[in-house]
Design a protein around this ligand. Structure first.
Ligand code: SF4
Ligand code: SF4
Length: 169
């Protein structure tokens, strides 16, 4: 069951790569797959944000009826399959829930449109980390600046934008 789900997600992922490669080819370019982000563990998810959703069990033929080549596991209906897809936790991948957009006190997160994710306006961002805390699936990564900031300083000399970060989509 788990192996089947993994095979399915792998197939969908390869399909997306294929579609992007064809799109790039038709544009006369070459598609380069973006680097993979590190794995996101279960502990890194903000679980209370997700709704509880019961897994749909597939019906199975009773033992007494398994004397033919009929499928034993009966599969899911279309509605059940869509409901199962909706249970995906989207670990590490932005699913455009808008939490970060709504939570940012500086309006530094810019919506790029459905399916295109978000951009962070570094001129407005103070590096407060609220978006990072609000993201249910750990799609936001915050990185400490490697160099001392040359940006504005606060009342006690603290850098006002001490982090750089990116939103993975
Ligand atoms: S870290 Fe930047 S983008 Fe995120 S909530 Fe704070 S100000 Fe907004
Ligand atoms: S980065 Fe996270 S919080 Fe922001 S829209 Fe995507 S999933 Fe939601």
């Amino acid at each position: 069951m788990v192996g089947g789900a993994r095979t399915m997600t792998t197939a969908i992922g390869m399909g997306k790569h294929g579609a992007r490669a064809i799109d790039a080819y038709l544009d006369g370019a070459r598609y380069e797959a973006p680097p993979k982000h590190p794995p996101i563990s279960f502990q890194m998810l903000d679980l209370p944000v997700y709704l509880e959703s019961i897994r749909h069990a597939q019906q199975e033929l009773p033992l007494a009826a398994r004397a033919s080549f009929a499928e034993v596991v009966q599969g899911l209906s279309q509605d059940e399959g869509q409901a199962e897809a909706g249970r995906c936790l989207s670990c590490g991948n932005c699913f455009e829930c808008d939490n970060c957009f709504a939570a940012c006190p500086e309006q530094a997160i810019v919506r790029l449109g459905r399916g295109r994710g978000y951009r962070v306006d570094r001129d407005l961002c103070t590096g407060c980390g609220i978006c990072f805390e609000q993201c249910p699936c750990h799609a936001i990564e915050m990185k400490a600046e490697s160099q001392p900031t040359s940006g504005p300083l606060g009342t006690i000399g603290e850098p006002l934008a001490p982090h750089s970060f990116r939103v993975r989509v």
